[in-house]
Design a protein around this ligand. Sequence first.
Ligand SMILES: [Zn+2]
Length: 362
Amino acid sequence: MGQRDQSAGAESALPAVNGEYMLEQTAALCRIPSPSGFTRSAIDYVAEELGRLGIPTARTVKGALVASFPGGDPELGGRTLSAHVDTLGAMVKEIKDDGRLKLTRIGSYDWATIEGEYCTVHSAGGSREITGTIVTTKASAHVHGVQLSRLKRDETSLEIRLDEPVRSASEALALGIQVGDFVSLDPRTTIAASGFIKSRHLDDKACVAILLGVARALMESGECPIAPSALFISNFEEVGHGSSAGLPDGTVELIAVDMAAVGKGQTSDKFAATVCVKDSSGPYDFELSRRLIELARANDIDCRVDIYPEYASDVSQALRAGWDVRGGLVGPGVDASHSFERLHRTSLEETARLLLAYLLAA
Ligand SMILES: [Zn+2]
């Protein structure tokens, strides 16, 4: 992206966003295990951070987090920004005779993307953490030779090897491991000096961090959104029902803040924000999308317009559940999504600025 003109007109006078803060919050969130269905710690963390910023929160029955900003003209329709704190993960499907664990996936990803990954089994109701590695049943090159390269990676060929002296199912059971235990993947979160962060689960923890960055910018500047505005941190998006229930009262416009799909044929970029106008669930609201694109232009924000071929969002899920809202989709460019993800601080900043422009404009 080019240099930003700091002397731009009054319309560009957005509250300052703190890229380092959002990067740190992204990393902190990525390090809290939260596969869909096992998100309480991550939700607690976000509630605590919003509380620290002076924003009270409430929980929905199914455990999502809602926070309202002060102010806003009640005559205007309510605006809600959502991001999901749940991630991909797995569950123990079966304890094998040799004490290794068969998996069932939580969320959609290719089995090949978890081969070799360190993981944690959350047993005994989540109170005991037992680490391991996801390996294939033919992992040893010196035993199986070329068979490994011909092996299809799926639920029959990948298993957890526990970091415990386990040789039988009964020894695994004795550790407290049971069918149905959640399994989280080691995020391997790393921040590079260049401003990149590489980690699993940037989808969508980077966007939860963006919402924290937006909240911090508003609270520090003392500026209030023009309409009643709220944050919604959903906790079941990766399995298809993130914001299907419990949206804040009065929500008329819902912006899903979720990663932009970077790759061949896409306009989305690792240093930019994207307004997605269509994904697998169909077009997003035309006028709301146009407004977002125009706000980006007016505020000199590097923002792309894109279509995601294999994608759905909190907005898709809310609309399918019957919510009568206008939906938009905005997010930072993430490379290699649902795999070995990476994003740059600049895309966090551009997305946060676009969201601030949206909240502060009529
Ligand atoms: Zn997502």
